[in-house]
Write a protein that binds this ligand. Structure first.
Ligand code: NAD
Length: 291
C-alpha cells in the first residue's frame, strides 16, 4: 500500500505556481489576487479560510479577507460580491460555505462574476464543465485530479465509484472521472444516500472517492484488493486528549482499509492540501485570463 500524500503533491503544484507568479511580476504584471468572504465565525470555516490566505502568501499571491457578521443581511453580502466583481485588482472571489440559513446560497453563487468564480460553483461554469469546455473546476475534484496526475495513477477504463452527489465534490467528481481527459475515462457509478447495496458497488471499484461526511464509513469489507481509495471526508470529532478538543476523521476506516489498497489518501494530509492547491491554480488561471 502506498500513500497518496497531499502535502507532497500540493507542494509541487505550489512550487510551479510560485515560479509562474514570479515570472509575471518580473514581466511587470501584478500577482494573482484572491478575495475570500467569510460570514460568521464557524471554527472549521475559519481554519479553511486562514489556510487559503496563508497559502496565497506562500505562493506570492495577494489576498483579501472580507469578514462579515453572522447576521449580515443577504443584500450586504451580495453588494460586497458586486463590489469585488467590479474591482479590477481582484482576480478570484470565493465565499466560504456553508452560509447562515437566512442567506440564499444559490443567489450568492450566481452573483459572483463567472470569470472570477475560482470555486467553480457558478451554474455557467458547471455547465461548461459538463460540456468539457475550459472552465474553473471545483477545487476539491480538481485537487483530486492533480493528485492522480502527480502520482501517475492510471484511470482509463477503470471502474470508479464516487460516494456522495454534492455540487461541490461528488457530482463534479463523477463527471470529471467519466470525461475524456487524462485523469478520466473511467466507468463511473455515482452512489448516494438512497443507493441500494452500496457495498456491492464499492467491491467492484478500482477507484473509490468517498465524499459523504460520515466518519470511518468505508470499511474493509467494501474494498476490492488493490483499489485506489480517495478519502474526501473531514469530520471533527470530540477528543479530550487533543489541545484543540477535537480530531479529524475521514470517511474511510484507514486502519482496516489501507492494507487492501494499492494507494490511499490519509486524513488529514490527503485531499485537503490538494483542494487548496487547486484553488490557487484556478486563481492563477483567472489572473492570466484577465491579463
Ligand atoms: P454533503 O453533505 O453536501 O453531501 C454528502 C453526500 O453524501 C450526499 O450527496 C448524500 O447523498 C451522500 N450520503 C450521505 N450518507 C450516505 C450514505 N450512507 N451512503 C451513501 N451516500 C451517502 O457533503 P460534501 O460537501 O460533499 O462533503 C462531504 C465530506 O467531504 C464532508 O466530510 C466534508 O467536510 C468533506 N469535504 C472535504 C473537502 C476537502 O478539501 N478535503 C472539501 C469539501 C468537503
Amino acid at each position: 500500500m502506498l500513500i497518496l500524500d497531499g502535502k507532497i503533491a500540493s507542494a509541487a503544484v505550489k512550487a510551479t505556481l510560485l515560479a509562474q507568479t514570479q515570472a509575471l511580476t518580473i514581466a511587470g504584471k501584478r500577482a494573482p489576487h484572491l478575495a475570500a468572504i467569510l460570514v460568521g465565525n464557524n471554527g472549521a470555516s475559519e481554519t479553511y479560510v486562514a489556510s487559503k490566505v496563508k497559502n496565497c502568501e506562500e505562493t506570492g499571491f495577494e489576498s483579501t479577507l472580507v469578514r462579515l457578521d453572522v447576521d449580515v443581511t443577504e443584500k450586504i453580502l451580495l453588494d460586497k460580491i458586486i463590489e469585488l466583481n467590479n474591482n479590477p485588482s481582484v482576480d478570484g472571489i470565493l465565499v466560504q460555505l456553508p452560509l447562515p440559513k437566512h442567506i440564499d446560497e444559490a443567489k450568492v453563487i450566481e452573483t459572483i462574476n463567472p470569470a472570477k468564480d475560482v470555486d467553480g460553483f457558478h451554474p455557467a461554469n458547471v455547465g461548461r464543465l459538463v460540456q468539457g469546455l475550459p472552465t474553473f473546476i471545483p477545487a476539491t475534484p480538481y485537487g483530486i485530479l492533480l493528485m492522480l496526475a502527480h502520482f501517475d495513477i492510471p484511470t482509463k477504463g477503470k471502474n470508479a465509484v464516487v460516494i456522495g452527489r454534492s455540487n461541490i465534490v461528488g457530482r463534479p467528481m463523477s463527471i470529471l472521472l467519466s470525461s475524456n481527459i487524462p485523469q478520466g475515462n473511467c466507468t463511473v457509478t455515482l452512489c448516494h444516500s438512497r443507493t441500494k447495496e452500496l457495498e456491492t458497488h464499492c467491491k467492484q471499484a478500482d477507484i473509490i472517492v468517498a465524499a459523504l461526511g460520515k466518519p470511518e464509513f468505508l470499511q474493509a469489507n467494501m474494498i476490492k484488493k488493490g483499489a485506489v481509495v480517495i478519502d474526501v471526508g473531514i469530520t471533527r470529532v470530540n477528543d479530550n486528549t487533543k489541545k484543540s478538543g477535537f480530531r479529524l476523521l475521514g470517511d474511510v476506516h484507514f486502519e482496516s482499509v489501507a492494507p487492501l489498497c494499492s494507494w490511499i489518501t490519509p486524513v488529514p494530509g490527503g485531499v485537503g492540501p490538494m483542494t487548496i492547491a487547486a484553488l490557487l491554480k484556478n486563481t492563477f488561471q483567472a489572473c492570466q485570463q484577465r491579463h
